[in-house]
Design a protein around this ligand. Structure first.
Ligand code: COA
Length: 247
């Protein structure tokens, strides 16, 4: 990611003034492409306060005014996969660009494709030909190996490791330090517990834990939701050149 001179940095806001918001603020400061004017948060108790020196300006309803004042971009920094995706849709409908936060220490292969509203945290490693969907979080120090596909609003937690050609479907959560062996599918909105080692496909809406991972919770009859839960196709973006991307 190319740092931009201060005056050329685009004004943006971060939606979500919690712990993940702090991480995203740090990434945007370190990446030096955006000027973060404030946070937005749906909790009125925090409006008017500051977090890490940055004002909490209101909730999403403040965005049209902020747009008139020159804010062009926003990123949703909320851990809940469904909420993050929903807020991203609302922001897009207001005509605000969804921006990405990619930490300068993240290491991305030259032909990785990245959607919008994506967070790639410090030390993450994303290998050749991976596709990263909209509103995905690749958290601190995770590894996403070659030709893996991460669906919309999935979250790969700190230190998780995906071997090559893994498919993580929309809204799935791969917990801290988990490992997924090559070629496996983690179904829509499935949950992989922290430290699990996944050795076979995980069905949608299923929670697995342990080594090897076993199911502790499933939703029978999920097939009737299958169409609704099919991951939105990853955008047909040109490869993102490292150092000059759309981040
Ligand atoms: C998998 C997880 C979501 C399950 O949470 P939960 O639904 O509240 O499950 P419970 O705590 O009720 O545990 C259910 C059972 O699974 C076991 N279990 C839960 N998480 C486990 C894990 N990560 N590894 C092994 N066993 C686990 C519990 O010991 C319990 O076993 P028991 O029924 O024999 O007593 C959660 O434990 C987890 O691992 N979350 C990951 C958190 C994370 O990665 N955070 C990083 C955010 S950036």
């Amino acid at each position: 990611m190319n740092p931009t001179s201060f005056h050329d940095r685009k004004p943006c806001v971060i939606v979500g003034a919690g712990g993940h918001g702090r991480v995203v603020l740090d990434i945007l400061i370190r990446a030096r492409r955006y000027n973060v004017l404030g946070f937005l948060d749906s909790n009125p108790a925090v409006h008017g306060r500051r977090m890490d020196g940055v004002p909490i300006l209101g909730d999403l309803s403040a965005l049209p005014d902020l747009k008139r004042q020159g804010v062009t971009g926003a990123i949703v920094a909320i851990g809940d996969n469904g909420v993050r995706r929903g807020f991203a849709d609302e922001i897009e409908a207001m005509g605000i660009d969804l921006i990405n936060a990619v930490h300068p220490s993240a290491n991305l292969a030259h032909n990785v494709r990245i959607g919008r509203n994506v967070v790639i945290a410090a030390g993450a490693l994303v290998c050749a030909h991976c596709q990263i969907g909209d509103s995905v979080i690749l958290n601190t120090g995770c590894i996403v190996d070659h030709e893996s596909m991460i669906g919309t609003a999935a979250h790969i937690c700190p230190g998780a490791r995906l071997a090559g050609r893994v498919m993580v479907e929309a809204g799935a959560f791969v917990g801290i330090g988990a490992t997924v062996l090559q070629g496996l599918r983690i179904g829509c909105e499935a949950i992989v517990g922290g430290g699990a080692v996944v050795i076979r496909d995980v069905e949608p809406l299923t929670t697995v834990v342990g080594v090897p991972a076993r199911s502790i919770r499933e939703v029978p009859g999920y097939e009737e939701f299958a169409e609704m839960m099919t991951p939105a196709p990853l955008r047909n973006l040109p490869p993102t050149p490292v150092g000059a991307g759309r981040h």
